[in-house]
Design a protein around this ligand. Structure first.
Ligand code: HDD
Length: 752
């Protein structure tokens, strides 16, 4: 009875409320001829945009409220909540029928937590899965006006950018230092729309037509039966492909050169690869190739370093970039262009500009700098930014257009298409990292993950309801992207390539002939390593034939390493003039962010250590004190690396501090029974470290009794081994040597 009266009471209260409500007039009554629901008769303004969902208040790690930007605080809000904002008292125990269970299906919090976790992963990129990103700024020099009207290249125009560097073949969790091409993709958030320059650190590509992209990638990826090897080209299917498709030989020799194993993302060149068609304000067109030139110079690892690093620090490149940004050693690249007249033939000096397996040597067409890129910030969240960023070669701005390069044409399709699977639908440009900074007023609607709340009722153009908006821009004067009216050769449909695409060797030979002796030595070693990893004899022999067509001497050296006969060339060798710009050796470069290891004997003479550490830091480099065990040295210096936890490959150069004191048994181990200098032996980990640094042609310095260590390791007397009594002088010489990246003359004398 009590229940009944409560229900009745509630019903009465509802009826009362309803009676109070103002009801809209019902227009007309049935049969009166007036429709019941009014049709809209005049255009309505779009609904006002909804304010962004407010995030919880920000708190510091200790729970105190803060105004710090979101990326600077570890947590948000004081209390842990569900995804719906309900505060949680416990997220460690599931809801059970008694302490010993079973777990109840009604545990909505358990289900939310596990369900979300179960769906945290998205498919990794089908290529370039492993990458590292950074934010920065691009400043135009203004000198590209005669070539392109692109606004972001105007003098002193500042444009925010996001760059993602990557390897190509490896999975998302693979190692950074594998031998591979590196991606160098830049998103310019310009006022005229987003421009993406989706390039590589190698100026040519494996194939001439995008229809073969799945083939070359299937060949390079792990074998489908055992899913090995990971992140490698050293296997049968890769070499099967490139020896059968000899157009791939040019890209392949770049991979086998030191370019395939960069020292750092900061020391890589970047290339747009394709030729683009640019247009200036007067409507004149030019053909253009884009280049990124690193201010720090182009430097590489040695193959042994790369292999060791893949084990000791698989994140070597990612860490190097993040550490440099955090330390304020902001990496910079100049954007440069090679400019060619836009002729009907689309060639320059007989080089087909639409063939992506060909480059134009810088000696023939200099790279002219047109702007400066500076990377300044690490991403706040890897997944949100580096993983979800979506590049597209079709993201173009007025002033930059595509050409008919068949590789580029296929890419224009692939990059949007791939995001539909990878990012789960067509609205990926609404993800914060992908949002243009130019105002967007499109008529794309709905779809998975639609997060915009579009107003209005007329998402079509033209319309007469939403005020007729939006309107078409009246051509170039309104800043519209106008496709360049490029000539299209009248022709018949055909699945064929131009005749010039048949030259697969002349520029590969030119690359080989442009290398210095140590670079050639590295290339021979790389081919020998990779082919030795192949099992099929026929593949090795076919690739040797390709090498013979590049250069008989190269072929002979690799064949000798494989224990196979060197075949004769099957095509005439064409000698193009060498291009010294292709070599990485020569010149001196800034050493910002380089790592200098300082080996210290805790029982030794520590005088000079502090001054050297300060000098290394003052030179913009990172000093790392290495000792047999951790903790603090007698002078208070913190040991940053122990012999057990480091390997030579972590350092660009090493110093051995003045030590050891007589009788010390750390860095230099003396024979305890005899206790004299003649029986001194060096800690084997230090021997290994010094000998590796020596083999990798790194600058090595020592002062005072530290020289003993070099002598005991057998590396005391050679170019780039800098010995003296004064630590400051030794460091200055070491710094100068590091400016050349390596002590090049040491290669050839030892196995590098
Ligand atoms: Fe590509 C990713 C560079 C040819 C299809 N490519 C991708 C990335 C870079 C390049 C740097 C990674 C972007 C990122 O960091 O998210 N790709 C190149 C260069 C090429 C090239 C320099 C030749 C000059 N690519 C190429 C062809 C096709 C693709 C011919 C297909 C026909 N590339 C893709 C892709 C990817 C991609 C499948 C994978 C993930 C993505 O796009 O977003 O669409």
């Amino acid at each position: 009875k009590a229940v009944k009266s409560t229900v009745e009471g509630a019903a009465a209260r509802v009826a009362e409320k309803l009676a109070d409500l103002e009801r809209p007039e019902v227009p007309g009554t049935p049969g009166s001829g007036t429709p019941k629901v009014a049709e809209p008769t005049k255009p309505v303004e779009p609904l006002p945009p909804k304010p962004d969902q407010a995030g919880p208040e920000r708190r510091t790690a200790t729970g105190a409220p803060t105004d710090a930007p979101a990326e600077a605080v570890s947590g948000q809000g004081r209390f842990l909540t569900t995804s719906q904002g309900a505060r949680l008292r416990d997220s460690d125990h599931s809801l059970k029928a008694g302490r010993r269970g079973p777990t109840l299906l009604q545990d909505h919090h358990l289900r939310e937590k596990i369900t979300h976790f179960d769906h945290e992963r998205i498919p990794e990129r089908v290529v370039h899965a492993r990458g590292a990103g950074a934010h920065g700024t691009f400043i135009g020099y203004g000198n590209a006006r005669s070539v392109t009207k692109a606004g972001f290249l105007a003098k002193n125009a500042e444009t925010p950018v996001f760059v993602r560097f990557s390897t190509v073949l490896g999975s998302r969790g693979s190692a950074d230092t594998v031998r591979d091409t590196r991606g160098f993709a830049t998103k310019f958030y310009t006022d005229e729309g987003t421009f993406d320059l989706v390039g590589n650190n190698i100026p040519v590509f494996f194939i001439q037509d995008g229809i073969k992209f799945p083939d070359v990638i299937h060949a390079g990826k792990p074998h489908p039966d055992r899913e090995i090897p990971q992140a490698q080209s050293a296997h049968d299917t890769f070499w099967d492909f490139v020896s059968l498709h000899t157009e791939a030989q040019h890209h392949t020799i770049w991979n086998m050169s030191d370019r395939g194993i960069p020292r750092s993302y900061r020391t890589m060149e970047g290339f747009g690869v394709h030729t683009f068609r640019c247009v200036n304000a007067a409507g004149e067109t030019s053909l253009v190739k884009f280049h990124w030139k690193p201010v720090l110079g182009v430097h590489s690892l040695t193959w042994e370093e790369a292999q060791l690093l893949a084990g000791t620090d698989p994140d070597f490149h990612r860490r190097d970039l993040a550490d440099a940004l955090e330390a304020g050693a902001f990496p910079q690249w100049e954007l440069g262009v090679q400019v060619f007249p836009d002729t009907l033939e689309e060639t320059f000096d007989d080089i087909d500009l639409l063939d992506p397996t060909k480059l134009v040597p810088e000696e023939l067409a200099p790279v002219q700098p047109i702007g400066l890129l500076t990377l300044t910030h690490n991403p706040t969240n890897y997944f949100a930014e580096t993983e979800q960023v979506a590049f597209h070669v079709g993201n173009l701005v007025p002033g930059i257009d595509v050409t008919n390069d068949p590789l580029l044409q296929a890419r224009l399709f692939s990059y949007v298409d791939t995001q539909l699977t990878r990012l789960g639908g067509p609205n990926f440009s609404q993800i914060p990292i992908n949002r243009p900074h130019a105002p967007v007023n499109d008529m794309l609607r709905d779809g998975f993950h639609q997060s915009a709340v579009h107003g209005g009722i007329a998402p079509y153009q033209p319309n007469s309801l939403d005020g007729g908006c939006p309107f078409f821009a009246g051509g170039a004067k309104d800043g519209a992207f106008v496709d360049v009216p490029a000539h299209v050769a009248e022709s018949v449909k055909t699945r064929e390539a131009p005749a010039s695409y048949d030259d697969h060797y002349s520029q590969v030979r030119q690359f080989w002939l442009s290398m210095t002796p140590p670079e050639k030595e590295h290339i021979v070693a790389a081919y020998t390593f990779e082919l030795a990893k192949c099992f099929e004899q026929a593949i090795k022999e076919r690739q040797l034939l390709a090498l013979a067509n590049i250069d008989p001497d190269l072929c002979a050296q690799v064949a000798a390493g494989l224990g196979l006969p060197a075949p004769e060339p099957t095509v005439p060798l064409i000698d193009l003039a060498p291009s010294p710009a292709l070599s990485q050796i020569g010149g001196t470069w800034p050493t910002d962010g380089r790592i200098v290891g300082i080996l210290v004997d805790p029982d030794g003479d520590l005088s000079g250590l502090d001054a050297v550490r300060t000098a290394v830091s003052a030179a913009g480099m990172v000093p790392l004190v290495v000792a047999p065990y951790g903790g603090k040295l007698a002078d208070g210096t913190t040991v940053q690396r122990t012999f057990a936890a480091t390997r030579s490959v972590e350092f660009d150069a090493v110093l051995v501090a003045g030590s050891p004191a007589p009788g010390a048994d750390a860095l230099v181990v003396r024979d305890s029974k005899v206790g004299d200098d003649e029986n001194a032996v060096l800690d084997p980990r230090v021997v290994l470290l010094l000998q590796e640094c020596f083999r990798h042609a790194k600058a090595i310095g020592a002062w005072g009794a530290g020289v003993d260590a070099l002598e005991l390791a057998g590396v005391a007397d050679a170019p780039g081994v800098l010995i003296g009594d004064d630590p400051a002088t030794v460091f200055t010489e070491l710094h100068t040597a590091l400016g050349a990246h390596r002590v090049w003359e040491r290669f050839g004398t030892v196995l590098g």
